[in-house]
Unconditional design. Structure first.
Ligand SMILES: Nc1ncnc2c1ncn2[C@@H]1O[C@H](COP(=O)(O)OP(=O)(O)OP(=O)(O)O)[C@@H](O)[C@H]1O
Length: 459
């Protein structure tokens, strides 16, 4: 299908209306409005990329007050629309004022078809370019750290910090909610350091039982406990020359905190069951989702250890608090996971985009990976909807929607989903509930790509 370019001409003079229509109707979809009210109605319905706006409109055809009011309305309702104001020959002042308010261009009467066509085409090109830029922006990744997709100022600043501290040996504490990318950043620190070709050894202090954690970290000598049939290096030793990543450090038992502190001070370890000390050269990076200050206050974390591990601290914001990251990461995941699932070229529907932006993402990027993975399996066709992602749409954003069609479609979609779910996907019952015929319901489920069986949708 060829997508047509849409032009709205706001002009109260019937003679000029037909001349302008004649200039453009071969190549563009053209609508004409002669006053503010009908112009706004057409704007909502037609969603034109470009509007030509005669400032002298009734009830003030000799002045410009109505035209300026309409310009303001258009820019508020549809800020991406390019408005070309049309003024009288001597009316430079109003043209300048309109540009100052946000009009894209101006054109002075009398009408010259060639110049007007040039100005209008230029506005369409501008609209097109801006659209492309927005599209590129959505796919932009400003992060220099492998695996980290980001566009928000907060993450950009974190990436810059990582780049700066990577060459040093400063112990670094990375805090933030679960799934925010703490481990990825720790790996980034290692990869950008001079230790990059040496090991990166990670251990999750919360996942290993207390009695095993000591020997996991420090290693043990043969015969030091039942089952120790041979000596084994611990994580610290095996990271020698490289980076040791202690994940969930806030969960480290007190007794081990003392031993870790000693290691950080003296840079030597002794394996469990050994009296010999072994020097180890590692850079230590720790992470936790817990509030270490509170742990110190409650007596669960040693303050002296905290100062040792936090020469530098990096607080990774939750996904919902990053400006602009959510959609960029979702698009990236859709592309990469879609490819893995043999479903390339999947795209997000408008409702999916809105839902992604308004959801709180308590599990952060990890939760998003799960949802996008599911959606790349469940999506019918190439379009991924909010329900494929198991996200119900937030209605708040609807206030800002351009027109009634979008609001109506969203409401219609939500009502159909609800009806289907409440009668366990019995189409006859659901259509009775909705007060429509079964064929109409089938048409609508097709239109909105709503799945019609319980196993393929979300409760
Ligand atoms: N900015 C990002 N871009 C792309 N993928 C990311 C990003 N942040 C995190 N991820 C991915 O999300 C998942 C969780 O990240 P990671 O394990 O680093 O989080 P974490 O904060 O260490 O979590 P936890 O506290 O639960 O251990 C990983 O699969 C990681 O690759």
């Amino acid at each position: 299908m060829v997508v047509s370019k849409r032009l709205l001409i706001v002009e109260d003079d019937p003679g000029l209306q037909s001349q302008m229509r004649w200039c453009f109707s071969d190549e563009l979809e053209v609508s004409v409005a002669s006053d503010r009210e009908s112009a706004l109605a057409t704007l909502r319905r037609m969603e034109p990329e470009v509007v030509t706006l005669d400032l002298g409109l009734p009830p003030d055809p000799g002045g410009a007050s109505e035209g300026f009011q309409l310009l303001e309305d258009i820019l508020r309702l549809s800020p991406l629309t390019k408005v070309i104001v049309v003024t009288g020959r001597e009316d430079k002042e109003n043209a300048v004022r309109a540009i100052g308010m946000g009009a894209a261009d101006f054109y002075q009467k009398p009408l010259d078809a060639d110049i007007l066509t040039f100005v209008v085409n230029r506005a369409f090109r501008l609209a097109e370019l801006e659209k492309e830029n927005r599209h590129l922006g959505e796919h932009k990744n400003g992060s220099s750290i492998k695996g980290i997709v980001a566009a928000s100022p907060q993450m950009m600043s974190i990436c810059r910090t990582i780049e700066k501290i990577a060459p040093t040996d400063a112990t670094t504490l990375i805090t933030g909610e679960t799934g925010t990318g703490k481990e990825l950043l720790a790996r980034g620190l290692h990869d950008l350091s001079q230790r990059a070709d040496k090991p990166f050894a990670a251990i999750n202090c919360a996942a290993i039982p207390e009695n095993l954690l000591e020997s996991e970290l420090f290693g043990f000598e043969k015969g030091s406990f039942t089952g120790a049939t041979q000596s084994k290096k611990g994580k610290i030793e095996s990271a020698n020359g490289g980076t040791l990543f202690l994940d969930e450090i806030g969960d480290m038992p007190m007794a081990l905190q003392v031993k870790l502190l000693r290691f950080l001070q003296e840079r030597v370890i002794d394996r469990v069951g050994s009296v010999n000390t072994i020097p180890v050269d590692v850079r230590v990076v720790c992470a936790t989702h817990r509030n270490v200050r509170e742990l110190i206050d409650s007596g669960d974390f040693r303050e002296d250890l905290y100062y040792r591990i936090s020469e530098i601290t990096i607080d990774v914001p939750a996904l919902r608090d990053r400006e602009g990251d959510t959609l960029v990461i979702a698009q990236y995941l859709l592309k990469s996971l879609g490819k893995q699932m043999d479903r390339p070229n999947l795209t997000l529907t408008e409702d999916a985009i809105r839902a992604i932006n308004s959801y709180a993402w308590p599990g952060n990027v990890r939760e998003m990976i799960n949802k996008v993975k599911r959606a790349s399996i469940m999506a019918e066709g190439k379009r991924v909807t909010a329900s494929d992602l198991e996200l119900t749409e937030d209605n708040e954003g609807q206030d800002h929607q351009l027109n009634l069609r979008q609001v109506r479609e969203n409401a219609e979609r939500a009502a159909i989903l609800q009806a289907l779910q409440s009668c366990n996907f019995n189409m006859a019952q659901a259509s009775r509930l909705l007060g429509i015929t079964r064929p109409t319901l089938y048409n609508l489920t097709d239109k909105y790509r709503i799945k019609t069986s319980p196993e393929s949708t979300n409760a």
